[in-house]
Design a protein around this ligand. Sequence first.
Ligand SMILES: [Zn+2]
Length: 201
Amino acid sequence: MAIRIKKHIGKPSKVLDENLMLNSQYTQIKLTDYVRDSQIENVFIFDECASTILSWVEQSKRLKPVPEVGGFLLGRVEELHPHFNISLEKFIPSKDVAYNSPTILEFGTKVMMQLDQQMDKYPDLDLIGWFHTHPGHTPFLSGLDQQLHEGFFKKPYQIAIVLDSLTTYFDTGFFTRKEDGTTSNKADFKEWVLWKKKLQK
Ligand SMILES: [Zn+2]
Protein backbone atom coordinates (compact mmCIF):
# COMPACT_ATOMS: atom_id res chain seq x y z
CA MET A 1 0.00 0.00 0.00
CA ALA A 2 1.29 3.44 -0.86
CA ILE A 3 1.11 5.80 2.04
CA ARG A 4 2.60 9.23 1.96
CA ILE A 5 2.45 11.27 5.10
CA LYS A 6 3.74 14.79 4.80
CA LYS A 7 6.53 15.56 7.20
CA HIS A 8 5.93 18.58 9.34
CA ILE A 9 9.42 19.88 9.88
CA GLY A 10 10.60 22.69 12.07
CA LYS A 11 7.59 22.95 14.31
CA PRO A 12 8.14 23.53 18.01
CA SER A 13 7.90 20.40 20.11
CA LYS A 14 4.42 19.81 21.42
CA VAL A 15 3.61 19.94 25.08
CA LEU A 16 0.40 19.53 26.97
CA ASP A 17 0.47 22.98 28.47
CA GLU A 18 -1.52 23.81 31.55
CA ASN A 19 -3.77 26.35 29.89
CA LEU A 20 -4.76 23.98 27.13
CA MET A 21 -5.66 21.26 29.61
CA LEU A 22 -7.48 23.66 31.94
CA ASN A 23 -9.65 24.88 29.11
CA SER A 24 -10.40 21.53 27.53
CA GLN A 25 -12.88 18.78 28.26
CA TYR A 26 -11.20 15.40 28.16
CA THR A 27 -11.04 11.92 29.66
CA GLN A 28 -7.78 10.63 31.08
CA ILE A 29 -6.92 7.00 30.39
CA LYS A 30 -4.15 5.74 32.65
CA LEU A 31 -2.71 3.04 30.40
CA THR A 32 -0.82 1.29 33.20
CA ASP A 33 -4.23 0.21 34.53
CA TYR A 34 -4.83 -1.79 31.35
CA VAL A 35 -1.52 -2.93 29.92
CA ARG A 36 1.62 -4.40 31.44
CA ASP A 37 4.29 -2.40 29.70
CA SER A 38 3.83 0.90 27.86
CA GLN A 39 6.02 3.86 26.97
CA ILE A 40 2.86 5.97 27.03
CA GLU A 41 1.60 6.56 30.54
CA ASN A 42 -1.54 8.62 29.99
CA VAL A 43 -3.83 9.29 27.06
CA PHE A 44 -5.95 12.42 27.31
CA ILE A 45 -8.84 12.04 24.89
CA PHE A 46 -10.63 15.28 24.20
CA ASP A 47 -14.42 15.00 24.24
CA GLU A 48 -14.78 16.17 20.67
CA CYS A 49 -12.34 13.51 19.46
CA ALA A 50 -14.06 10.76 21.48
CA SER A 51 -17.52 11.68 20.23
CA THR A 52 -16.38 11.91 16.58
CA ILE A 53 -14.94 8.41 16.88
CA LEU A 54 -18.12 7.13 18.51
CA SER A 55 -20.38 8.49 15.80
CA TRP A 56 -18.08 7.12 13.08
CA VAL A 57 -18.34 3.66 14.68
CA GLU A 58 -22.12 3.91 15.21
CA GLN A 59 -22.52 4.91 11.58
CA SER A 60 -20.62 1.80 10.44
CA LYS A 61 -23.10 -0.35 12.38
CA ARG A 62 -25.97 0.70 10.15
CA LEU A 63 -24.36 -1.29 7.33
CA LYS A 64 -24.90 -5.04 7.17
CA PRO A 65 -22.58 -6.81 7.46
CA VAL A 66 -20.78 -4.28 9.66
CA PRO A 67 -17.50 -3.32 7.93
CA GLU A 68 -14.19 -2.26 9.43
CA VAL A 69 -13.82 1.52 9.52
CA GLY A 70 -10.93 3.71 10.57
CA GLY A 71 -9.25 7.05 10.66
CA PHE A 72 -6.38 9.08 12.05
CA LEU A 73 -5.66 10.70 15.39
CA LEU A 74 -4.13 14.15 15.79
CA GLY A 75 -2.90 15.50 19.09
CA ARG A 76 0.10 16.46 21.15
CA VAL A 77 2.96 14.74 22.94
CA GLU A 78 4.47 15.43 26.31
CA GLU A 79 7.90 13.91 26.86
CA LEU A 80 8.38 12.61 30.38
CA HIS A 81 11.85 11.13 29.70
CA PRO A 82 11.77 8.30 28.99
CA HIS A 83 7.97 8.00 28.84
CA PHE A 84 5.21 10.00 27.18
CA ASN A 85 1.78 11.43 27.76
CA ILE A 86 -0.30 12.07 24.66
CA SER A 87 -3.45 13.98 23.89
CA LEU A 88 -5.89 12.92 21.19
CA GLU A 89 -7.65 16.08 20.06
CA LYS A 90 -8.96 15.52 16.53
CA PHE A 91 -10.20 12.42 14.78
CA ILE A 92 -10.07 12.39 11.00
CA PRO A 93 -12.46 9.68 9.76
CA SER A 94 -11.29 7.93 6.58
CA LYS A 95 -14.28 8.32 4.33
CA ASP A 96 -12.98 7.19 0.94
CA VAL A 97 -10.98 4.08 1.76
CA ALA A 98 -9.73 1.90 -1.08
CA TYR A 99 -11.50 -1.20 0.28
CA ASN A 100 -13.27 -2.40 3.41
CA SER A 101 -15.18 -5.47 4.53
CA PRO A 102 -16.02 -7.06 7.92
CA THR A 103 -12.39 -8.24 8.20
CA ILE A 104 -10.34 -5.92 5.97
CA LEU A 105 -9.61 -2.22 5.86
CA GLU A 106 -7.35 -0.76 3.19
CA PHE A 107 -6.85 2.96 3.51
CA GLY A 108 -5.43 3.64 0.04
CA THR A 109 -3.96 6.85 -1.34
CA LYS A 110 -7.08 9.03 -1.40
CA VAL A 111 -7.50 9.09 2.38
CA MET A 112 -3.80 9.84 2.77
CA MET A 113 -4.19 12.93 0.64
CA GLN A 114 -7.22 13.93 2.68
CA LEU A 115 -5.20 13.40 5.86
CA ASP A 116 -2.49 15.73 4.55
CA GLN A 117 -5.09 18.43 3.89
CA GLN A 118 -6.59 18.01 7.34
CA MET A 119 -3.19 18.16 9.02
CA ASP A 120 -2.51 21.48 7.29
CA LYS A 121 -5.63 22.81 9.04
CA TYR A 122 -4.21 21.93 12.46
CA PRO A 123 -0.58 23.04 12.42
CA ASP A 124 -0.34 22.77 16.21
CA LEU A 125 -1.17 19.07 16.19
CA ASP A 126 0.91 16.04 15.28
CA LEU A 127 -0.10 12.70 13.84
CA ILE A 128 -0.34 10.61 17.01
CA GLY A 129 -1.74 7.42 15.54
CA TRP A 130 -4.55 5.62 13.83
CA PHE A 131 -7.82 3.99 14.73
CA HIS A 132 -9.81 1.12 13.26
CA THR A 133 -12.57 -1.28 14.17
CA HIS A 134 -12.63 -5.07 14.30
CA PRO A 135 -16.35 -5.90 14.14
CA GLY A 136 -16.71 -9.11 16.17
CA HIS A 137 -13.05 -10.20 16.08
CA THR A 138 -11.74 -8.51 19.26
CA PRO A 139 -9.09 -5.79 19.57
CA PHE A 140 -5.64 -6.93 18.41
CA LEU A 141 -3.08 -6.03 15.76
CA SER A 142 -3.13 -8.47 12.85
CA GLY A 143 -0.04 -9.09 10.75
CA LEU A 144 -1.17 -6.43 8.27
CA ASP A 145 -2.01 -4.00 11.08
CA GLN A 146 1.49 -4.46 12.48
CA GLN A 147 3.06 -3.87 9.06
CA LEU A 148 1.15 -0.63 8.67
CA HIS A 149 1.97 0.49 12.20
CA GLU A 150 5.69 -0.30 12.02
CA GLY A 151 5.90 1.18 8.51
CA PHE A 152 4.13 4.47 8.97
CA PHE A 153 3.79 5.11 12.70
CA LYS A 154 7.38 4.56 13.78
CA LYS A 155 7.67 7.22 16.46
CA PRO A 156 7.79 5.83 19.99
CA TYR A 157 4.64 7.73 21.01
CA GLN A 158 2.50 6.79 18.00
CA ILE A 159 -0.37 4.45 18.82
CA ALA A 160 -2.88 2.12 17.19
CA ILE A 161 -6.37 2.01 18.68
CA VAL A 162 -8.57 -0.98 17.80
CA LEU A 163 -12.23 -1.15 18.85
CA ASP A 164 -14.56 -4.14 18.51
CA SER A 165 -17.75 -2.53 17.21
CA LEU A 166 -19.91 -5.59 17.93
CA THR A 167 -19.30 -5.68 21.71
CA THR A 168 -21.76 -4.13 24.19
CA TYR A 169 -19.38 -1.50 25.56
CA PHE A 170 -17.03 -1.28 22.57
CA ASP A 171 -13.97 -3.18 23.89
CA THR A 172 -10.93 -1.14 22.88
CA GLY A 173 -7.19 -1.77 22.85
CA PHE A 174 -4.69 1.08 22.98
CA PHE A 175 -1.62 -0.52 21.41
CA THR A 176 1.57 1.37 22.22
CA ARG A 177 5.30 0.76 22.20
CA LYS A 178 6.68 -1.25 25.08
CA GLU A 179 9.95 -0.57 26.91
CA ASP A 180 11.85 -2.73 24.39
CA GLY A 181 10.44 -0.72 21.46
CA THR A 182 8.10 -3.40 20.16
CA THR A 183 4.37 -2.69 19.94
CA SER A 184 2.00 -4.25 22.45
CA ASN A 185 -0.71 -6.65 21.35
CA LYS A 186 -3.67 -8.54 22.79
CA ALA A 187 -1.61 -10.72 25.18
CA ASP A 188 -0.16 -7.67 26.96
CA PHE A 189 -3.57 -6.41 28.11
CA LYS A 190 -5.08 -7.03 31.52
CA GLU A 191 -8.41 -5.66 30.33
CA TRP A 192 -9.85 -3.60 27.52
CA VAL A 193 -10.89 0.02 27.78
CA LEU A 194 -14.70 -0.05 27.64
CA TRP A 195 -15.27 2.91 25.34
CA LYS A 196 -18.96 3.34 26.13
CA LYS A 197 -18.39 3.25 29.89
CA LYS A 198 -15.21 5.28 30.02
CA LEU A 199 -15.56 7.75 27.18
CA GLN A 200 -19.22 8.27 26.39
CA LYS A 201 -20.62 11.40 28.04
ZN1 LIG B 1 -7.04 -4.75 12.12
